[in-house]
Design a protein around this ligand. Structure first.
Ligand SMILES: Cc1cc2nc3c(=O)[nH]c(=O)nc-3n(C[C@H](O)[C@H](O)[C@H](O)COP(=O)(O)OP(=O)(O)OC[C@H]3O[C@@H](n4cnc5c(N)ncnc54)[C@H](O)[C@@H]3O)c2cc1C
Length: 348
């Protein structure tokens, strides 16, 4: 069945971004996915690189900044390797918030209306963030072929069923046989607890894309703690999202779509004339405290999961930090807030 230096379970953004870093450092990498790579949460995402969203936990700051620094080179490399394009769709976010974060300058009503014409101003203080977004579907199309072009072996429709220790490495159990590797990394997202006993669960999100007739346009993301509206160009807007503990159910429930659409129209009334084009859901990997779990769990075994609402943002930074760590180096940022051991009961 072959062998590799490093075997990874999960071909989402976390598994593939880490695989690309490891391959660039000369490692032989095999990525297993139970279905197709980039077919789960990473494809469902809105694609916002929301590193400065005031709703983010402060523990994410350094990893988010590392990721934002790496993003331009990451996207350029994926584009070059795959030959596909991942255009940046927006470069600004009008953020509505209950309380302005320190240092933020509140936008005046005229400024808000210039950026988001006809926005409902009542409930929020608005401020401007320099923030980029892309269409997660563009990345989902480009990343698997980029991985193949980088020499990574991608075994789709091959779930990892278990991992055993071997002398000097691991044996990865799959339905098509046992695969020896020097090390194993669990990037199986919402399914990662099947391979390591970790408090991670699926957090379902409903999403929709709506098209607006006429020439009413908005060029910045409009986001509040209740709803976000992400312009995609050509009068298309992606709107999200719910956060639901719904197990592994991925069905679209229309009452949630209607509620999201209603909230979006409340915030940006021109959408009332929009036509809903697409609806979908995704399962975010959410840990008990909402922070990622990035750790070495045993000899030759590592985990990178629990990226919850920010896995697209945190992908390249996680890939860089985990790849350094797995190769015996020091991660680029302090990962102590993300240790798996924080969930163990304290020893009296
Ligand atoms: C609706 C929604 C909107 C979002 N919007 C944003 C956003 O705007 N910005 C942002 O930064 N983040 C966003 N996120 C969060 C982001 O999508 C996730 O945090 C991120 O995709 C997690 O990546 P992952 O690789 O860990 O998981 P996934 O993409 O789910 O990948 C895990 C992979 O593991 C595979 N797998 C599972 N079990 C096994 C096994 N046993 N063996 C082999 N393979 C296995 C799965 O098939 C899957 O392909 C959003 C998420 C959702 C759902």
């Amino acid at each position: 069945m072959g062998s590799a230096d490093i075997a990874i379970a999960g071909g989402g953004i976390i598994g593939l971004a880490t695989a690309l870093e490891l391959a660039a450092a000369g490692q032989q990498v095999t990525v297993f996915d139970k279905d197709e790579a980039m077919s789960e949460a990473s494809r469902a995402a809105a694609g916002m690189l929301a590193g400065n969203d005031p709703e983010n936990p402060p523990e994410l700051r350094d990893l988010a900044q590392l990721s934002l620094k790496l993003y331009p080179a990451f996207l350029a490399r994926v584009e070059e390797l795959s030959g596909a394009k991942i255009p940046i769709r927006t470069t600004c976010t009008v953020q509505g918030t209950g309380h302005l974060p320190p240092g933020a300058r509140a936008l005046g009503n005229t400024e808000v209306r210039e950026l988001a014409p006809q926005v409902a101003l009542e409930d929020w203080h608005f401020f401007l963030l320099e923030e980029q977004s892309f269409d997660a579907w563009d990345l989902a199309e480009a990343l698997p072929p980029a991985a193949l072009a980088a020499g990574i072996e991608l075994r789709e429709h091959t779930p990892v069923r278990g991992v055993r220790h071997d002398s000097g490495g691991v044996e990865v159990e799959t339905p098509s046989g046992v695969f020896p590797a020097g090390a194993f990394l669990n990037c199986a997202g919402a399914w990662s607890p099947e391979l390591d006993a970790l408090p991670v669960a699926p957090r379902k999100g409903h999403m929709l894309t709506a098209t607006l007739p006429g020439d009413q346009q908005m060029h910045c993301i409009l986001r509040t703690p209740k709803i976000y509206i992400v312009p995609r160009g050509n009068n298309r807007y992606t709107i999200g999202s719910t956060v639901e503990p719904a197990g592994f159910d991925k069905e679209v429930h229309h009452e949630y779509i209607e509620e999201l659409f209603h909230r979006a129209v409340e915030l940006w009334p021109p959408l009332r004339n929009a036509h809903i084009e697409e609806t979908w859901t995704g399962l975010r990997p959410g840990s008990e405290d909402g922070l990622p779990i990035l750790d070495r769990t045993e000899a030759h075994r590592w985990v990178a999961t629990g990226h919850y609402r920010n896995g697209i943002l945190l992908g390249p930074g996680t890939g860089r930090a985990m790849s350094r760590w797995i190769q015996g180096g020091k991660p680029d940022v302090d990962l102590s807030a993300f240790r798996a051991g924080r969930f163990l009961p304290a020893i009296p």
